[in-house]
Write a protein of this length. Structure first.
Length: 331
C-alpha cells in the first residue's frame, strides 16, 4: 500500500510539475492556464464519474454519462475565451458574457442537458417508479454543479490579473491555493495524532479531531504567509516585503491595499482555505457513509479515488478566487 501510494504520488507530482513548468515558460497571452487544461479535465471527469458511481452504489438513480458530460461541460466553460486567442484573435473586451459568464451559461446548459436526457428515455423502462426521473435529473445536476463550477473557477483563478502581471499572478495564486489547501490535511493529520482528544464529527469521520482542525488551520496560515511573502515576489519579480509598497497605495486601492501585505493576506487566506478544504473532505465522507462504500474509487493506486485528491480543492476554489480577486497577494 505504501509503495503504491509513493509511486502514484510521484507520478502525479512529476506530471503536475511538468505542466506547471510549461504554463510558466510558454505563455499564450489571453489563454493563461491552457497547458493545465488536460490535468483539470482528468480530475473533473474522474471526480464526476466516481461521485456518479457512488450515488448508484447508494441506491440513487443517476445517468452516469449525463452527469460526467455535464460536469465536463461546466468545468471547461471558463476556457471558452481561449478559443478566440488560439484562433489568432483577441477575446472581445466588450463581450457582454465576459469571462466568468461562460460558467453560468454552461451550468444552465448542463441543467437542460439532464432534462433532455430524461425526456428521451421517459417511459421506456417498465420497472420505473414515480419520482425516478426527478431523482436522476437532480443527481446529474448535482454532479455537474458540484464538480464543474469549482473546477471552472480554478481556470478563472489561473487567469486572474493576467495582463498587468504577464500571467504570473494567476499562476502564483493557483499554486498557493493548492499548497495551502493540501497542507491543511497534513497539519490536521499530524496535530490530530499528537494532540487529538476531542472528536470533530465522529459520525462522519471518527479520526478527525478539533485539535487536528486547529493544527491544520495554523499550518495553512503559515504556508499561506510563506507563499505570499516569497512565491508571489519570485514569480512577479517584485521585492519580497510588499507591505510598504502596498500601504503607499492604500488610499487608491482600498480593500486591495488592506489585504495585500503578506501577513494580512495569510491571516485571511489560511483559515478560509483550510476550513473550506475540511468541509470538502467531510462532504466526501458524508457521501461515503451514506452510500456504504469505503473508497470513492481505485483509479489512483495507494491514494484511493480521484475524489480523494480533489475533495478539498472543490470546496476551496471559489473562496480562493474571491480572496485573490479582492486583494490578497496584491497584483
Amino acid at each position: 500500500m505504501l509503495r503504491d501510494r509513493l509511486r502514484t504520488s510521484a507520478i502525479l507530482i512529476v506530471i503536475v510539475l511538468g505542466l506547471l513548468s510549461l504554463d510558466y515558460s510558454i505563455r499564450i497571452p489571453g489563454a493563461d492556464g491552457v497547458w493545465l487544461l488536460p490535468l483539470l479535465l482528468f480530475f473533473a471527469i474522474g471526480t464526476a464519474w466516481e461521485i456518479a458511481v457512488m450515488l448508484s452504489a447508494g441506491g440513487q438513480p443517476v445517468r452516469r454519462t449525463v452527469a460526467v458530460v455535464g460536469a465536463t461541460l461546466v468545468a471547461s466553460s471558463a476556457a471558452v475565451p481561449f478559443l478566440w486567442v488560439l484562433g489568432t484573435n483577441d477575446y472581445p473586451k466588450d463581450c457582454p458574457v465576459g469571462r466568468l459568464g461562460w460558467i453560468v451559461l454552461a451550468a444552465t446548459a448542463a441543467v437542460f442537458l439532464s432534462l433532455i436526457a430524461e425526456m428521451r428515455e421517459y417511459g421506456k423502462g417498465g420497472d420505473e417508479t414515480p419520482g425516478d426521473a426527478i431523482r436522476r435529473t437532480s443527481a446529474a445536476i448535482f454532479v455537474s454543479m458540484y464538480v464543474g463550477v469549482p473546477m471552472a473557477m480554478l481556470i478563472a483563478l489561473r487567469g486572474l490579473h493576467a495582463e498587468p502581471t504577464a500571467g504570473r499572478f494567476g499562476l502564483a495564486a493557483l499554486v498557493t491555493t493548492i499548497l495551502v489547501t493540501k497542507v491543511a490535511d497534513a497539519g490536521a493529520y499530524f496535530s490530530g495524532r499528537a494532540l487529538g482528544r476531542h472528536k470533530l464529527i465522529p459520525r462522519l469521520s471518527p479520526g478527525k479531531t478539533i485539535e487536528g482542525a486547529i493544527g491544520g488551520i495554523l499550518a495553512s496560515t503559515i504556508v499561506a504567509y510563506l507563499a505570499l511573502a516569497f512565491l508571489f515576489p519570485a514569480l512577479l519579480a517584485r521585492p519580497a516585503d510588499t507591505t510598504t509598497v502596498m500601504n503607499e497605495t492604500a488610499v487608491k486601492t482600498g480593500l486591495s491595499a488592506l489585504l495585500a501585505p503578506s501577513w494580512v493576506g495569510a491571516i485571511v487566506l489560511g483559515p478560509v482555505l483550510a476550513i473550506s478544504g475540511m468541509v470538502g473532505d467531510l462532504a466526501e465522507s458524508l457521501f461515503k457513509r451514506d452510500s456504504g462504500v469505503k473508497d470513492s474509487g481505485n483509479l489512483l493506486p495507494g491514494l484511493g479515488g480521484v475524489w480523494d485528491v480533489t475533495d478539498s480543492l472543490l470546496a476551496a476554489s471559489v473562496p480562493a478566487f474571491f480572496c485573490f480577486a479582492t486583494g490578497v497577494g496584491g497584483p
